[in-house]
Design a protein around this ligand. Sequence first.
Ligand code: F6P
Length: 361
Amino acid sequence: IKRIGILTSGGDCAGLNAAVRAVVHRAVDTYGWEVYGISRATHGLLQRPPEFHPLTRVPDDYDLLVKGGTFLGTTNKGNPFAFPMPDGTVGDRSEEIIEGYHQLGLDALIGIGGDGSLAILRRLAQQGGINLVAIPKTIDNDLGSTERAIGFDTAVNIATEAVDRLHFTAASHSRVMILEVMGRDAGHIAISAGIAGGADIILIPEIQYSMDRICDHITTLNDRGKDYAIMIVAEAVCNENGEKMTHQLALSQCRLGGVGQYLADNISTRTGAETRVTVLGHVQRGGIPSPLDRLTATAFGVAATDLIAEGRFDRMVSWQNRQVVDVPIESAIAHYQAVDLNGTLVKTARAMGICLGEPVR
Ligand code: F6P
């Protein structure tokens, strides 16, 4: 091994730069390799010449440890196997990416991504003889075979702070405050921040809710002397007809408001409560990474570089039982991790009297 590449792919999150920094430390200081940071996920490899940043060790790279986003750039658009072409069709540009990788003379590639990106990178690796090692990142925390992914902890911190702040304004105005958080398919951010922030109601896509149950809970809180309520809802929660109501979908249908607004309208009609909605959006992905995300990213960066040194490819670094181990990339992709309905968080929420929207049995 003489030269490795690294890229960030999919939606950004806090902690990506910290992972790249750790890879450069380990690769340069321990192994004496060159490191090329590829621009904008695989898009850099589509350019001719391929676009990359030569990454050298600088004495003071503290800024990378704490800087949000990814200085390499990223994208969640442009799957090389179904690439949007100018004529409106999609085409396969995978061979161009593979050629770009080989043009750079890379011996291995570290891909930092979530399930979608890692599936694409793995397919490219198998097709093009790329020695791939993966680092998990996703604020949604729904990737299998790892207890942690870079970005999740920061997102939960930001969402929890939002819940904390909503308590005071909700209490002042006796309102039902609804906070809509990210999670394209899973409710990990919502249930974690909901418990940590002392929410009254948490809705996650893994649990089918009943509007009657939610309204009953708000009335019961009132009867007990709490004249406000805090509700946190994952964006992937559906309306009562089982249709997803994400903001992306709302915009594509030329209407305003996702599931948070839908719930707010229903609650105020049924209970007479005054409601307000906050959509946290991309605030959850930006900003300074939490200490835990910096730590996770640094440990993952070092371990991923070591996997290359050991010649162990098609593996993903993973956090399990207090340490970093590695698993086949395939298993991480195959074992999508929804919120465990029999797990600690659901049990804890129920025990704390938090309404999860379930109909009373
Ligand atoms: O998967 C990460 C995520 O932040 C989801 O939580 C969210 O639904 C989606 O990405 C938003 O993507 P975009 O950056 O395209 O708006």
